[in-house]
Design a protein around this ligand. Structure first.
Ligand SMILES: [Ca+2]
Ligand SMILES: [Ca+2]
Length: 190
């Protein structure tokens, strides 16, 4: 074999080596990116880009899984409550600034009217649900009080206002506390 041929083969081998090296680097980079997306996909979502409402002043045991979210006759869905305390309303953005209120109803709570006039995709609102509407008729009155009183010391879920597993005086106290109240509207900030 001529020296030139040998040099040519060496040159090709070197080029091939560089190309293979580059492919490996690209594949590793792609894999690590995929892994990152898989592992941290949920947490890497920038929360400030969502419209989040946070429920405050609730008993620790109260952990709703879903909330009913209604916008007049245009939207009516059970939405997932995040970590017992938050709702992401980002997918309702088309209703923001339309003058139509978003009505949020949590289990055993009065419906909350959320004015959407100043809601933005980045809004964070804090709402204070009023617990005690066990018959879900939109008011907390003596009927709710009687229903809870009649079920004291039972495990009737519908009457267990604070969702701690048993109907107790604490549930009755919540009904009495919120009787006659209208849902508070929390402040919306940035
Ligand atoms: Ca009621
Ligand atoms: Ca209870």
């Amino acid at each position: 074999m001529h020296k030139e041929e040998i040099d040519q083969i060496r040159g090709r081998t070197r080029t091939l080596g560089i190309v293979i090296g580059l492919i490996i680097v690209v594949v590793i980079a792609a894999l690590s990116w995929l892994l990152q997306v898989t592992l941290f996909g949920a947490s890497s979502t920038n929360k400030s880009n969502n419209t989040l409402v946070t429920f405050s002043d609730l008993p620790v045991s109260y952990c709703p899984k879903t909330a009913n979210v209604k916008v007049a006759d245009q939207f009516n869905e059970e939405m997932t409550v995040i970590n017992c305390r938050q709702l992401d309303l980002s997918n309702l953005a088309s209703f923001f600034n339309t003058g139509t209120n978003i009505v949020i109803t949590l289990p055993t709570a009065l419906p909350i009217n959320l004015p959407v006039g100043d809601l933005k995709l980045t809004s964070q609102a804090t709402l204070t649900p009023q617990l005690g509407d066990v018959d879900n008729n939109g008011i907390i009155d003596e009927k709710d009080e009687k229903a809870v009183a009649d079920n004291l010391f039972t495990t009737n879920k519908a009457m267990d206002v604070d969702s701690d597993g048993t109907v107790t005086a604490a549930d009755l106290a919540l009904v009495r506390l919120h009787q006659g109240t209208t849902p508070k509207i929390g402040g919306t900030s940035t």
